[in-house]
Design a protein around this ligand. Structure first.
Ligand code: SF4
Length: 289
């Protein structure tokens, strides 16, 4: 397989075949994110994509899952995506699911009919970043969308029958906005009702505006205890019946997993146990993106 630059994928795609259909992120301005800073956003030539699938077919006897990288695969024209999905179905009839990252912009670009056609061709799930449900935080972080925009994009994905996995970032409101961040993020997730919710924890990466803000003191980071307090508030407010909630990312201080709403009390107990020192946290030096 041929990859350009660093390739990122959600933790749950660790066993998937990964093929880049775009390079980089079409937005690439979020103040906390360094993932695709070194890459110019481009659509990968279609012939190269199909060649990669041919190579993978020769190399692997069974491919159960495929993840279409990079940051915003759904931004490709719908006809391209249909061609890619049809090629996957032809080459990998055993493939159970195909997933990709999507941005609110790319979801809004696709019509409901296009999304349904992609679903029919086995686009099973998309991963989308909410980051925060608080508009003040989103604006500061240069996300380029309001919470209402992102919620509408998530609802559009649900309506097409595509599973939705949404990530938010603990600590993104800093000391000033942690309460608003927790409450509004819970409200946005509850309105979107994703099948999966992933909560990461803010890491400060060199080369980002966030790195400069922290150094100059204009953004004050939460410490691990404050992150847990914020997480407890968020989880307590969530109303997403049936959604799988996961904090299993290397950036998280505490690992947590449960199904909402039935496991909410058990998850809150685990957070409180960590806050009182009865559950171990991941040490700062083991945290990573
Ligand atoms: S957080 Fe997502 S949308 Fe924002 S720059 Fe990074 S990859 Fe792009």
């Amino acid at each position: 397989m041929r990859y350009k630059g660093s390739v990122y994928r959600p933790p749950s795609e660790a066993r998937s075949l990964i093929v880049q259909v775009t390079y980089g992120c079409s937005h690439n301005t979020c103040a906390f994110c360094s993932m695709y800073k070194a890459k110019k956003f481009e659509l990968r030539p279609m012939n190269e994509i199909l060649e990669d699938f041919d190579m993978a077919r020769q190399a692997y006897s069974k491919v159960g899952r495929i993840f279409l990288a990079d940051g915003d695969a759904l931004i490709r024209p719908a006809a391209d995506l249909e061609r890619i999905l049809e090629y996957i179905a032809e080459k990998f009839p055993e493939c159970e699911r195909v997933t990709c990252y999507a941005s609110p912009s790319s979801v809004h670009k696709r019509t409901p009919e296009e999304l349904k056609r992609l679903r029919e061709r086995n686009l099973t799930m998309v991963y989308m970043g909410l980051e925060s449900g608080c508009d003040e935080v989103l604006k500061k972080m240069r996300k380029g969308h309001t919470a209402a925009d992102i919620v509408a994009a998530g609802q559009k994905i649900n309506a097409a029958g595509i599973e939705l996995s949404v990530t938010a970032i603990s600590g993104l409101g800093g000391v000033e906005l942690w309460r608003e961040h927790a409450m509004d993020t819970a409200a946005a997730l509850s309105a979107m009702k994703p099948a999966y919710i992933g909560l990461l924890t803010l890491m400060v990466e060199p080369g980002t505006p966030m790195y400069d803000w922290v150094r100059e003191g204009s953004f004050r980071l939460l410490d691990s205890r404050q992150v847990l307090e914020e997480t407890a508030l968020l989880v307590a407010q969530l109303d997403c019946e049936g959604a799988v909630f996961r904090m299993n990312h290397a950036s998280n201080y505490l690992t947590l997993r449960g199904t909402l709403n039935e496991d909410k009390q058990a998850m809150l107990q685990r957070i409180h146990s960590a806050m009182t020192g009865r559950t171990d946290l991941r040490p700062e030096y083991f945290r990573a993106l």
